[in-house]
Design a protein around this ligand. Structure first.
Ligand code: HDE
Length: 685
């Protein structure tokens, strides 16, 4: 890499280009040594029916490589999907941080983002109830900065020494390796009931946040309190936020479970297709900023990772935008080999004494050493900084760099003591000089003791529908628990959050009604926590348009044009693939059928029908409509669609737009309904 080259949004792409293999099309097949091959399907044998010969170097190489293709999956966050993009700051953050990539709004910094589930194996489904990882590598001119975030702003534990315990408890149980990618089992809930600090995170985990509609519609949170440090050495406490431009939206639980079978790749497919279509996911970067003098101004400890800073108390200042605009070329080379580290910071960003953050600083390098097989994983193309790097580290498994010169130590006289250190003014990283004066103890500050006030704040902030989803989630999860005392202990624990919540769980899982006196007295709520208050836009939503032969050509095409103009994706679905003939002999091509797809993979359905729909078509269309209805989705109906809708006798028409009533207004009403995402107040059958 040319060291003098200025860094811009293409820098990482240009660097990766060097490593991308040439297209193999029309090329001659060779071994890894470059020897051209005459045969690839028959191994070398002694005679046509004789034994295989060990001198067959081609067979040996091909099989050996295959035998070694797998590496250990991540111990958590094994299932992930990633994309490239760029980040641009809106205004200089110079008063707060000297980080160069946050100074100049004209600079575009390349980024690589990996989204993940936490608990499931690499081959599990995309839609379990789980937190989602949201890890971003910024390839800045001063080195890589990794913001290794989740879509939930708090964590299960306050001290990382308990991380192996919580992960063991939530992962499949060791004696039978069940259940996969699920918290709904005894060991997790046993752990919860024995570790009350987890209450707040469990509230989030039972909420809609744990089943995101799309990686493009998720918030991201750095969770920990970090520091910004400016040129004068002045520090502020900060928390990082990502805010998706499309708003934060979720699936419903029944839908998420069905998607696990119908399309286990639902979230990755959505990201992949959106980027391919040019619907680039966008997220604004926000920071909450606190003066150091306000460290103790709150009724919670700002170093406690089980607490949020309510946005109404400490506003999120939006400082820039990230756009994801390129899919990976090879999932293993990029998504699987990327190595994030919460300790990868640049000058101007520093740590705090958050005990969870401190332990993470150890774990991330340690895990890559095993997963990526040695200390040189920073040389893997996706991990390499785009700025120059020089030091005296040498050798180790898979070393790529050919370090020239006689000297690999300091201090030296043979190479003018190079590579040399630089002072802060020249970009050298200097750790923030926090004064520490304490005894070595194993104890936690009393300021970390309140586990229920913010759990209650979260509960108070939910809409009625969101509260019901949380109750339903607890009923599901605890309903799967086999040990009665565990169920009882969990209900008693959440009675300390809210009596109404605990009672609603208790009445359906056959445990004693908890005490009403123990619930938190907090009455405050934080509107920013409810997804009811998120941006609601129709763009990029995916709609099934169901047509049969004889559909109303003029009307359907006009409606499709209108909804596409609003940025909505249209999928034509029928009982067969290929051209479907309209009443005016025009055609629309069906790319989906009742067999290949179902309502769960779409955000809404428009049932256009057609005069030639037979009984089977009608049955399938009604089933489609029923499922969309039960998942609170917008439904558009016209012609036959309305008859089918009426025959089904749905108990509510909320979110159901009927074109025959006001055909001229249908498109607008349907687009508004799609933007609304779901009609939670609909009574479902
Ligand atoms: Fe992680 N975490 N973590 N974590 N984490 C890993 O690192 C760990 C925590 C997060 O897409 C591992 O490379 C400890 C909080 C993401 O590659 C491992 C503790 C948050 C990813 C690890 C935490 C995260 C990881 C496994 C408690 C949100 C996926 C593989 C102290 C702020 C990154 C790996 C990717 C991955 C350790 C808690 C986010 C084992 C010890 C809190 C997004 O090192």
């Amino acid at each position: 890499m040319n060291e003098d080259k200025e860094i811009n949004s293409n820098s990482k792409n240009d660097q990766l280009e060097y490593y991308r293999s040439a297209d193999s099309e029309d090329k001659e097949l060779t071994t890894n040594q470059g020897v051209k091959l005459t045969e690839d399907e028959l191994s070398l044998t002694a005679g046509e029916r004789g034994p295989t010969l060990i001198e067959d170097f081609h067979f040996r190489e091909k099989m050996t490589h295959f035998d070694h293709e797998r590496i250990p999956e991540r111990v958590v966050h094994a299932r992930g999907f990633a994309a490239h993009g760029e980040f641009q700051v809106y205004e200089s953050m110079k008063p707060y941080t000297k980080a160069k990539f946050l100074q100049d709004p004209s600079i575009k910094t390349p980024v690589f983002v990996r989204f993940s589930t936490v608990v499931g194996s690499r081959g599990s489904m995309d839609t379990p109830r789980d937190a989602r990882g949201f890890a971003t590598k910024f390839y800045t001119e001063e080195g890589n900065f990794d913001l290794v975030a989740n879509n939930i702003p708090v964590f299960f534990i306050q001290d990382g020494i308990k991380f192996p315990d919580v992960v063991h408890a939530i992962k499949p149980e060791p004696h039978n390796e069940m259940p996969q990618a699920s918290a709904a089992h005894d060991t997790f809930w046993d752990w919860v009931s024995q570790n009350q600090e987890t209450a707040h995170m469990v509230m989030w985990l039972m909420s809609d946040r744990a089943i995101p509609r799309s990686f493009r519609m998720m918030e991201g949170f750095g969770v920990h309190t970090f520091r910004f440090v400016n040129d004068e050495g002045k520090a502020h406490f900060i928390k990082f936020h990502w805010k998706p431009v499309l708003g934060t939206h979720s699936l419903v639980w029944d839908e998420a479970q069905k998607l696990g079978g119908k399309d286990p790749d639902y979230n990755r497919r959505d990201l992949w297709e959106s980027i391919n279509m040019g619907n680039y996911p966008e997220y604004e970067l926000g920071v909450q900023i606190l003066e150091e003098k306000d460290e103790f101004a709150f009724d919670f400890d700002i170093l406690d990772a089980t607490k949020i800073w309510p946005e109404e108390d400490v506003p999120v200042r939006i400082i820039g935008k990230m756009t994801l605009n390129r899919n990976v070329d090879n999932v293993f080379a990029e998504t699987e080999q990327v190595a994030f580290h919460v300790g990868n910071v640049v000058s101007g960003i520093d740590f705090t004494n958050d005990p969870l953050l401190q332990t993470r600083l150890f774990s991330y390098t340690d895990t890559q050493l095993l997963r990526l097989g040695g200390p040189n994983f920073h040389e893997i193309p996706i991990n390499r900084p785009v700025c120059p790097f020089h030091n005296n580290q040498r050798d180790g498994f898979h070393r790529q760099t050919i370090n020239k010169g006689q000297v690999s130590y300091r201090n030296n006289s043979l190479a003018n003591n190079s590579p040399h250190t630089v002072d802060e003014e020249n970009g050298g990283f200097a750790h923030y000089q926090e004064k520490i004066d304490g005894r070595k103890i194993r104890a936690r500050s009393k300021s970390f003791e309140d586990h229920f006030s913010q759990s209650k704040l979260f509960w108070n902030s939910m809409s009625d529908a969101e509260k019901q989803h949380i109750i339903d989630a607890f009923r599901f999860e605890l309903g799967k628990v086999q040990h009665k005392p565990i169920q009882q202990k969990v209900v008693d624990m959440f009675a300390k959050v809210d009596y109404e919540l605990a009672n609603a769980i208790a009445e359906k899982i056959d445990v004693n009604v908890p005490s009403a006196d123990v619930q938190s007295k907090v009455t405050k709520s934080s509107p920013a926590l409810s997804q009811e208050n998120t941006p609601k836009l129709p763009n990029t939503r995916k709609i099934a348009v169901i047509i049969s032969e004889g559909f109303n050509g003029v009307e359907v095409k006009r409606i499709i044009e209108n909804i596409q103009a609003a940025g909505i994706q249209v999928a034509i679905l029928s009982d067969k693939l290929g051209p479907i003939l309209a009443d005016d002999n025009s055609q629309l091509a069906s790319m989906h059928t009742f067999v290949t797809d179902s309502s769960v993979v779409f955000d809404a359905v428009y049932i256009a029908g057609g005069t030639k729909a037979d009984k089977m078509f009608e049955k399938n269309a009604k089933m489609f409509m029923q499922e969309a209805f039960d998942h609170y989705k917008p439904i558009g109906v016209s012609n036959e669609g309305e008859q089918w809708f009426n025959q089904k006798q749905f108990p509510s028409k909320l979110g159901v737009i009927i074109s025959t009533h006001q055909p001229e207004h249908f498109s607008k009403q349907f687009i508004d309904a799609v933007a609304a995402h779901r009609f939670w107040n609909r009574t479902i059958s």
